[in-house]
Design a protein around this ligand. Structure first.
Ligand SMILES: CC(C)(COP(=O)(O)OP(=O)(O)OC[C@H]1O[C@@H](n2cnc3c(N)ncnc32)[C@H](O)[C@@H]1OP(=O)(O)O)[C@@H](O)C(=O)NCCC(=O)NCCSC(=O)C[C@@H](O)CCCCCCCCCCCCC(=O)O
Ligand SMILES: NC(=O)c1ccc[n+]([C@@H]2O[C@H](COP(=O)([O-])OP(=O)(O)OC[C@H]3O[C@@H](n4cnc5c(N)ncnc54)[C@H](O)[C@@H]3O)[C@@H](O)[C@H]2O)c1
Length: 719
C-alpha cells in the first residue's frame, strides 16, 4: 500500500507502507501508481515526495512474490511514469534503498538521504540483476566503472559515499521527510529535462573494450560459476554501448534468463534460510521466541592460540570487556601482539578507534571470577578441557555461562564437570574466528534454553550467522565433513589424484578442493583425531587388512603422509608441494604421484579412470547422506540449518543453495539411486548406505524442502 497526503499546502507526500521493509509488493506498486496519478492531477500539488514508513525507504521488489504468479502493475513503466512526470518528484531516503527501492529513487528527479541510510543494488546476491532500469540509469548517473562495482558486487554504500558518487543530491542528519518537503517546494516549477536520468548519455570511457574485458575476467573468476554477475556486466555494457531503450530491452532479456534459473532459486532460498536459522528450536520444545537471553557485558577467553585470539578480537569489536587467559608466557606475549595487530587493522578498515583497552590479559585463570560468560579454547584434549571446566565451575560467580569452542568433543561430558550443566553450551567458531561468519551453538540435553538464547544473541551481536545444533561427535559441519573427506581418500586409492579431485570440487564452486583445504588446515589435525579414535596405527601391514579398521573400509593415506612429516603448507609438503614452508601456492608433486602408485601396488589396487561426475557424486552424496542422518537424529532442526552451516562455514557455493537444497535440486530419487549404486560397489563403506529418512522422503514423493520437517516429525513419532 501507499498512503497519500498533501503537506505544506503544495507537496504531495506518498508514503510506502508494507512492513517490515516496504517491499514493492503488487499492492505497493498499485498504491504508487494510484497516488502518483492523484498528485500529478491535483492542481494544488506543485511537487511530490516519496518516502517509506517506519524509517525505511524500500527494501526492493518483494522477493516472496518471485515464486508466484506476479500480478499488479509492473515496475518498469511505473518508474518511467514518475521520471516523465511534469512535477518534480523527490525521494526521501531513510534506512535502506535497495534493489527496486533504489531503482524507484533513480526514477525520481532528486534524492535526499539521511546520513545513516544505506543504498545499493543487491540483486546479484539473489541471482538476478537490477531489472527496473538500474543497469541502465546508474551508469548514466555515476559512470560505468562505479556502476559496475555496485551492480556486480551488490554492496551497500553509505549515504556519504552515495553523495560522493553522485547517487544522491543531498544528505541530512535531521528529518529526511522534512528536508525533502522543503527541497520539493524549492524546486517546484523548475525545468525537469536535466533531471531525467534515462535521457543522459552514458559516459563512455575511451578504453571501453579493455575495461569490460578486464571486469568480465575478474567477475568470472570470483563468481565461481555463478551466472548473475556475468549478466550484470553484460547489461551495463549495453548501457555503455546502446541507446537507453535498447539497453532496457537487453536488461529485460538477461533478467528473463536469470529469473527462472536454479541459481536464482538457490540464492533466494539462502536469503530466507539465513534469516530462518535465527528462529531456533530444541527437541524439548524450547524456542527462540519463548527463551529470554541474558545480557553479556564481560566475557573471558581461555587459551590464546589460533582460535582464542580470533574470538578475543571478535568479542572486543562487539564492544564487550574481555579477560584473555593464556598459561604459556611466550604464547601470551605473542597473542597480545597478534590480537592488537588484528584489532588495529580492523579498526583502520572501518575507520574507528581500535578496541585495545577493552582487553585485559592474564596467566591466571582466577582473573575470570566476575565475567558473564567464558569461552574455552584450549587444546582439543578432553582431559585438559575437563580440568579447565572444573576450575571454571569453582572460580566463576554463580550463573556464569560456560562455553567451549571444541570442534568435536562431547559438550555434555564437559557440562557434567560443573555444578550447573544447564549453563554449558558449545560456541563453535571457525578459523579465523573474527572473520568467518559461522557459529555453531551446540546444546546438550541439559543446556538451558536461556544458555542457548544467550549464545545465539551474542553470536548475532558479533555479526555471525548462528545456528543452534544438538550435541554429537563433530556436531553438524565436521560430522558431515568426515564422509566427504573419506570418499576423497578412497578415490585416490582407486586411481584419482589430488589434482583431479580438487579440480572437480573447485569447478563445482568450492573455493578449495579437499586436498588443498587439508594442506591449508594441516594434515596433523585429522591425524591426531584418528589416533585418538584408535584408527591410525603406525607401521600397519600391507594388503586388505591395512585398509579395514573397526570393521569398515579405512584409508591410511593421510596417516602415511603425516608419518613422513608432510603436514601440508606449514611444512612445505602435503598433498601438494610448496616453494617453502608457509607458502600458499600449491604445485603438483611427482613424489606424491609415485607414492600413490607404490601404495596401490603394495595393496593390490589397480588404478582405474575416475571422472568428475564420480568425484562429485561420491564426495557430495556421502556428505548429503550424513546430512539426512543428522536430520533423522534431530541434531539439526531443519535442512536450512545444515545448508547455512555449509554455506557460511565450509565454502559450499551459495548459488547452489547448500547441500540439502542441492539434493532437492538434483532430485532425491536420483541421490538415493546413486548412493545405492555406490554402496553396492563399496559395501564396506557405511556412509554410502542411504539412510532411512532419504528412503522415507523418496517414498513420500520427494516433497519440496520446506515440507521435510513434516516427514521427519512423522518418522520421529513412529520411533
Ligand atoms: C532491507 C534489509 C537491509 C533490512 O535488514 P534487517 O536486518 O532490518 O531485516 P531483515 O533482513 O531481517 O528483514 C526483515 C524481514 O523482511 C524480509 N524481507 C527483507 N527484504 C525483503 C524483500 N525485498 N522482499 C520480501 N521480504 C523481504 C526478510 O525476509 C525478513 O523476514 P523473515 O520472515 O525472513 O525474517 C534487508 O532485509 C535486505 O537486505 N533485504 C533485501 C534487499 C534486496 O535484496 N533487495 C532486492 C530485491 S530484488 C529487486 O529489487 C529486483 C528489482 O531489480 C526489480 C526487478 C523487476 C522484476 C521484474 C520481474 C521480471 C521477470 C521477468 C521474467 C520472465 C520470465 C518468464 O518468461 O516467465
Ligand atoms: N584451529 C581451528 O581451525 C579450530 C576451529 C574450530 C575450533 N577449534 C577448536 O578450538 C580449540 C583451540 O584450538 P586452536 O587451534 O586455537 O589451538 P591452539 O593449539 O592454537 O591453541 C591452544 C592454546 O591454549 C593454551 N592453553 C592450553 N592449556 C591452557 C590452560 N589450561 N589455560 C589457558 N590456556 C591454555 C595453549 O597454550 C595454546 O596457546 C580446540 O578445541 C579446537 O578443536 C579449532
Amino acid at each position: 500500500m501507499a498512503k497519500y497526503s498533501r503537506v505544506s499546502g503544495s507537496v504531495g507526500l506518498i508514503t510506502l507502507q508494507n512492513p517490515p521493509v516496504n517491499a514493492l509488493s503488487a499492492a505497493v506498486r498499485q498504491g504508487i501508481v494510484d497516488t502518483v496519478e492523484r498528485a500529478l492531477s491535483d492542481p494544488k500539488v506543485k511537487s511530490v515526495v516519496i518516502c517509506g514508513q517506519n524509517g525505511i525507504f524500500c527494501g526492493g521488489a518483494d522477493i516472496k512474490e518471485f515464486g508466484s504468479n506476479m500480478s499488479g502493475p509492473p515496475l518498469v513503466p511505473m518508474i518511467h511514469a514518475i521520471e516523465a512526470a511534469n512535477k518534480p518528484v523527490v525521494a526521501a531516503i531513510e534506512g535502506s534503498a535497495l534493489g527496486g527501492g533504489l531503482e524507484l529513487a533513480l526514477g525520481c528527479h532528486y534524492r535526499i538521504a539521511h546520513s545513516k541510510a544505506r543504498l545499493g543494488l543487491p540483486e546479484v546476491t539473489l541471482g538476478l540483476l537490477p531489472a527496473a532500469g538500474g543497469t541502465q540509469r546508474l551508469p548514466r548517473l555515476i559512470g560505468v566503472p562505479a556502476a559496475l562495482d555496485l551492480i556486480t558486487t551488490g554492496r551497500h554504500v553509505t549515504a556519504a559515499e552515495a553523495l560522493q558518487l553522485g547517487v544522491v543530491d543531498q544528505v541530512t542528519d535531521h528529518s529526511t521527510v522534512d528536508a525533502a518537503v522543503k527541497f520539493a517546494q524549492s524546486v517546484a516549477g523548475k525545468p525537469l529535462d536535466a533531471r531525467r536520468i534515462s535521457t543522459y548519455p552514458c559516459p563512455r570511457p575511451s578504453d571501453l573494450d579493455a575495461l569490460f574485458e578486464g571486469v568480465m575476467e575478474k567477475v568470472r573468476q570470483s563468481a565461481r560459476g555463478a551466472i548473475a554477475p556475468v549478466a550484470c556486466v553484460q547489461a551495463v555494457r549495453a548501457a555503455a554501448t546502446q541507446p537507453y531503450t535498447q539497453g532496457m530491452e537487453r536488461e529485460k532479456e538477461l533478467m528473463a534468463t536469470l529469473f527462472t534459473s536454479g541459481q536464482a532459486r538457490a540464492l533466494q532460498y539462502c536469503f530466507f534460510a539465513q534469516r530462518a536459522v535465527s528462529r531456533w528450536s530444541m527437541p524439548n520444545g524450547a524456542r527462540w521466541d519463548t527463551s529470554k537471553p541474558r545480557p553479556v557485558h564481560k566475557a573471558a577467553v581461555i587459551g590464546l592460540g589460533t582460535m582464542g585470539r580470533g574470538i578475543t578480537v571478535a568479542l572486543a569489536q562487539t564492544g564487550l570487556s574481555v579477560i584473555a587467559v593464556e598459561t604459556q608466557e611466550k604464547q601470551l606475549m605473542e597473542a597480545k601482539q597478534a590480537v592488537s595487530g588484528m584489532l588495529e587493522r580492523g579498526a583502520k578498515r572501518r575507520g574507528v578507534a581500535p578496541a585495545l583497552d577493552r582487553i585485559s590479559y592474564s596467566r591466571d585463570i582466577q582473573a575470570v571470577a566476575d565475567v558473564d560468560l567464558v569461552i574455552e579454547a584450549v587444546f582439543e584434549d578432553m582431559g585438559l578441557k575437563k580440568k579447565v571446566f572444573q576450575q571454571l565451575a569453582s572460580i566463576c560467580r554463580p550463573g556464569t555461562f560456560l562455553c567451549t569452542n571444541t570442534s568435536a568433543l562431547d559438550v555434555d561430558h564437559l557440562a557434567s564437570q560443573t555444578h550447573n550443566p544447564e549453563l554449558v553450551v558449545g560456541m563453535h567458531f571457525f578459523a579465523p574466528a573474527h572473520v568467518m561468519k559461522l557459529l555453531e551453538v551446540v546444546y546438550g540435553p541439559r543446556s538451558s534454553p536461556q544458555a542457548v538464547a544467550t549464545a545465539m544473541q551474542l553470536g548475532k551481536k558479533m555479526g555471525k550467522i548462528s545456528v543452534a545444533v544438538g550435541n554429537c561427535p563433530g556436531f553438524v559441519g565436521n560430522r558431515m565433513l568426515k564422509p566427504y573427506m573419506e570418499q576423497a581418500f578412497f578415490l585416490l586409492e582407486e586411481g584419482a589424484t589430488p589434482e583431479l579431485v580438487d579440480r572437480a570440487l573447485e569447478e563445482f564452486g568450492f573455493p578449495m578442493g579437499v586436498f588443498r583445504m587439508s594442506d591449508l588446515s594441516g594434515l596433523d589435525v585429522g591425524w591426531r583425531v584418528r589416533k585418538g579414535d584408535g584408527l591410525s596405527e603406525p607401521g600397519a601391514p600391507s594388503g586388505q587388512p591395512a585398509r579395514i579398521r573397526q570393521g569398515r573400509r579405512y584409508s591410511p593415506l593421510g596417516d602415511l603422509l603425516c608419518e613422513q612429516g608432510r603436514f601440508g603448507q606449514k611444512t612445505g609438503r602435503g598433498w601438494y608441494q610448496y616453494n617453502k614452508p608457509g607458502s600458499r601456492v600449491a604445485r603438483s608433486d611427482p613424489w606424491l604421484h609415485s607414492f600413490l602408485e607404490g601404495y596401490r601396488a603394495r595393496h593390490g589396487l589397480v588404478a582405474r579412470r575416475i571422472d568428475n561426475q564420480e568425484v562429485l557424486e561420491r564426495c557430495l552424496y556421502a556428505l548429503i547422506n550424513e546430512g539426512f542422518r543428522i536430520l533423522e537424529d534431530g541434531i539439526a532442526a531443519g535442512p536450512e540449518d545444515i545448508d547455512m552451516i555449509y554455506v557460511f562455514g565450509y565454502g559450499w557455493p551459495r548459488h547452489r543453495g547448500g547441500p540439502m537444497f542441492y539434493a532437492g535440486m538434483v532430485g532425491l530419487g536420483k541421490v538415493l539411486e546413486r548412493l545405492e549404486h555406490y554402496h553396492q560397489a563399496h559395501p564396506d563403506v557405511p556412509y554410502l548406505k542411504p539412510c532411512s529418512l532419504l528412503w522415507r522422503l523418496v517414498a513420500s514423493g520427494s516433497p519440496p524442502l520446506h515440507k521435510w520437517r513434516e516427514v521427519i516429525k512423522k518418522l520421529h513419532s513412529q520411533l
